[in-house]
Design a protein around this ligand. Structure first.
Ligand SMILES: Nc1ncnc2c1ncn2[C@@H]1O[C@H](COP(=O)(O)OP(=O)(O)OP(=O)(O)O)[C@@H](O)[C@H]1O
Ligand SMILES: [Mg+2]
Length: 152
């Protein structure tokens, strides 16, 4: 899926949110400035959670409670975790089973956390603002979920 502007990336995240359920884990990878946090902003809008979504620079993870009785959004930045600390160790004021958890830079770090996860890779293209997003659902949770539903 090609996303030409930051606005398109946000709108894509908002559509993606309609597929999400409590307990879901999303692993976002891609180079610096790819648009991972931008995508999370769209997901947050779709989930109707309290913002703002910013890069979790001084904290490892932030909990964004729902504004409508739905799941909270846990937004973590594994870039700062460094080692193999697990999100479960963070002692967040939220239950991961009841939340949607999104980990930026989680590739290679959080795989052991959950057998079910949606891997989202964002790549930059040279020259302009366009990004390419690739989804890969892993585990039984995603086996029957047509993730391309978010592509329309
Ligand atoms: N098509 C696009 N999709 C997403 N962001 C875009 C796009 N075009 C331009 N941008 C801009 O690129 C920047 C992406 O920043 P963002 O913080 O979302 O990236 P990131 O992947 O989270 O970076 P980091 O690795 O530092 O966490 C923003 O300033 C955004 O406005
Ligand atoms: Mg970011």
């Amino acid at each position: 899926m090609r996303l030409r502007t930051a606005e398109e990336t946000r709108a894509y995240g908002t559509r993606l949110a309609s597929l999400l359920r409590p307990g879901d884990l999303l692993v976002l990878s891609g180079p610096l400035g790819a648009g991972k946090t931008t995508l999370v902003q769209g997901i947050a809008e779709g989930l109707k959670v309290r913002g703002p979504i910013t890069s979790p620079t001084f904290v490892i993870a932030r909990v964004h409670p729902s504004l409508c009785g739905g799941p909270a959004l846990v937004h973590a930045d594994a870039y700062r975790l460094g080692g193999d600390l697990e999100v479960d160790d963070l002692d967040l004021d939220a239950s991961l089973e009841e939340s949607v958890t999104v980990v930026e830079w989680g590739e290679g770090l959080v795989e052991g956390l959950a057998e079910d996860r949606l891997e989202i890779h964002i790549d930059r293209e040279s020259g302009d603002d366009a990004r390419t997003v690739t989804l890969r659902g892993v585990g039984p949770r995603w086996a029957d979920t047509p993730t391309d539903a978010a592509q329309e």
